[in-house]
Design a protein around this ligand. Sequence first.
Ligand SMILES: [Zn+2]
Ligand SMILES: [Zn+2]
Length: 360
Amino acid sequence: MPGPREPLRIATLPTPYLEPGAALLRTLYSEVCGTDVHLHHGKLDVPFPIIPGHVSVGVVEASGGRLKDINGQTIKEGDTVTFLDVAETCNNCYYCLVARQPTRCPSRKVYGITYSAKDGLLGGWSEAIWIKPGVKLIKLPKELTPETFIGGGCGLVTALHAVDMAEIRLGESVAVLGTGPVGQSIIAFSSLSGAGEIIGIGAPRDRLEYAKKMGATATLGLDLPPQARLEAVRGLTGGRGVDVVIEASGSPDAITQGLDMVRDGGRMIVCGHYTDNGAVEIHPHWQINRKHVELKGCWGSRYDHFHRAVALTARYGDVKPWRDMVSGRYPLTSADQALKAVENQTALKALITPNPSLLT
Ligand SMILES: [Zn+2]
Ligand SMILES: [Zn+2]
């Protein structure tokens, strides 16, 4: 991606030197996420040119010495792996050591986003990915197909982080604002957490149908006016509103609508605003203070989210149809079309397949 709004371009980069702890992956799948559309619109400050693709699955082709997972097991050439797409978190700053919020570490770099193509093969829309020393690899267990994991993709880890922050108790009601890949995985994880009523709110219609397969007990379309949606949510929750709202839409209006939907004393998590989509007016007295609402923002993912996302998709991939979220596969030469399909919402999840010959 040479720059904002420019057509994508195919380039050849040198094979990286693999120092101890480094590896080279042959890419099976990388995904197109909403963030890639925002990158192409120039809405994030990143070092163009970049190789997009943050969450990916690949096969280990070569390594600089022995690679180990967190259990001490060797990761071998030929293993199918994913990796935490974050590197260089410093473990040496206020956010890492005192606040213990490493996703806000100023040294943190993200594959496919904040690395430049000038730094090397550090993005997934590429035939090969350079795993730098210290980047955590996770072997996909044999019961987990790569398509199931990448079908959830980066939405999985964001959703898991948000659902953790919401601390859903058994039987609690949840409204999920937004039915893109993040919202769909939030619905799945809320359902696995034992939530009661799970209301998926979004568009278009086929995404609402899919939300039911992920565990939504009710859905509301954006064709309903906001007031009608609010009344419907209250109607499903004894007039009180939901215990938990999780916003994953990226719409500023969803913030004020969510604060109206949450019950007094409830919780609201915001994880859909990864770029600046503008401001919205909220009423501090009526919507926050008097309601005694807990409002939390959720940024980025840590290793524990990736680790558990792999374990959860391995265990529940048959129950929650993450792999059915994939609606298009594109070789590198068609990456522009993949980006368009996600931008136009004609694909819920588009995958980039740089090495089609490796896929069976
Ligand atoms: Zn993403
Ligand atoms: Zn740090």
